[in-house]
Design a protein around this ligand. Structure first.
Ligand SMILES: *Cc1c(COP(=O)(O)O)cnc(C)c1O
Length: 360
């Protein structure tokens, strides 16, 4: 059987069926149903945040955040991310300004942010890459000094705590993705988190077509809602989140031990962090080494992914912006298979294959 980079966590079927039975009994499928509301309450409790909205996906979360903050102009962001963090900026009519990353944490380099600020800069959209905290203090200081808003694309950050707080609690708005490939998922889904109740109210209107009442509209809105079936998956998965994180931590530890001596580096996790082990990236010393490894693993039905490749500076709608560190790392980085149920034997085999590929 193929070993893929990830496999969605599935709760025991009976647990999901119990929620589905309730949905059938009530006949209420979407539009702020009881399960969606319960999921929001339970997520706020788990994350220790005051305000959170469950939305259709992590991309709409980013779009609503940009729209609700009224951003128009340049947004400083990272080229080392999934395409959605940049495409959302462009989709909302703003211009992404690519700022290079740190080669150790893989996050946007705060030292390079100030040089990228112009008279048109309105915000910083940073990504906690693979769930590793950005330097939130430095970014906050820079934002304050220059009057900029801060959005964190926290798509990978669920379950990470930084300085004793959920990583989703930083910035003017944090967005999360609950896509099936993410650590915590609702099949499709996402969230916006923000400390400001007025901003949250605005985003809540935007999520639901701008409806204030059935017949009155307070904002231009979009359909950013999510359904009872998706909320049910979230409620089931939330019951298992701690054991999911623990299982992944064990696999990462095994990878790290078995890959000692391989010509590669691992991501440096920021200090004062309880890491969620969302991904296991390996940064090989060169692209030819990575390609050899990839080929050898494929031959044995193991399919890691080149996250994130290529650098977003190569997007056709991001012209003429260089980020040499991100471009170099993007060519050399591979995320290894990581999911609950990946066995000790399989991890051993993957590590053996990697070593063999490099040796020959
Ligand atoms: C997955 C992801 C998104 C998009 O989330 P969806 O729920 O798939 O729309 C945005 N940013 C990053 C960094 C992601 O990994």
């Amino acid at each position: 059987m193929n070993i893929t980079v990830t496999r969605p966590f599935l709760p025991p079927l009976e647990e999901y069926q119990a929620y589905v039975k309730g949905i059938w009994d009530r006949g209420w499928l979407t539009n702020g149903g009881p399960l969606a509301n319960t999921l929001e309450l339970r997520l706020k409790e788990y994350l220790g945040v005051d305000h959170l909205l469950f939305v259709a996906n992590g991309t709409v979360a980013l779009q609503i955040a940009i729209k609700a903050l009224d951003l128009r102009g340049e947004i400083i962001t990272t080229p080392f991310s999934y395409v959605a963090s940049t495409s959302s900026i462009v989709w909302e009519g703003c211009s992404p300004v690519m700022t290079d990353i740190r080669p150790d944490t893989l996050n946007i380099d705060p030292e390079k942010i100030e040089a990228a600020i112009t008279g048109n800069t309105v915000a910083i959209l940073a990504v906690h890459v693979f769930g590793n905290p950005c330097d939130t203090e430095r970014i906050q200081d820079i934002a304050q000094k220059h009057g900029l808003r801060v959005i964190y694309d926290a798509a990978h950050a669920f379950g990470t705590t930084y300085r004793g707080r959920s990583l989703l609690s930083f910035g003017d708005v944090s967005t999360c993705s609950f896509h099936a490939t993410k650590l915590f998922h609702t099949i499709e889904g996402g969230a916006v988190v923000c400390p400001d109740p007025d901003l949250l109210r605005r985003m809540a209107l935007m999520r639901n077509f701008g409806h204030v009442t059935a017949e009155a509209f307070g904002e231009v809105g979009i359909n950013g809602k999510n359904s009872e079936m998706h909320a049910a998956m979230g409620l089931c998965n939330l019951d298992h989140i701690e054991s999911v994180i623990q299982a992944r931590a064990g696999i990462c530890e095994q990878y790290r031990a078995r890959l000692q001596g391989v010509p590669a580096a691992f991501q440096a996790i920021s200090g004062d962090t309880r890491y969620n082990h969302a991904y296991f990236p390996v940064i090989f010393n060169s692209e030819p080494i990575l390609l050899k490894v990839l080929e050898h693993l494929r031959l044995h039905s193991v399919f890691p992914r080149r996250y994130f490749y290529p650098s977003l500076t190569t997007l056709p709608y991001v012209q003429g912006q260089a980020a040499p560190i991100a471009e170099d790392i993007a060519r050399r980085i591979l995320c290894l298979p990581l999911y609950v149920g990946l066995s000790t034997e399989e991890v051993d085999m993957i590590c053996r294959l990697i070593k063999r590929a490099i040796r020959y």
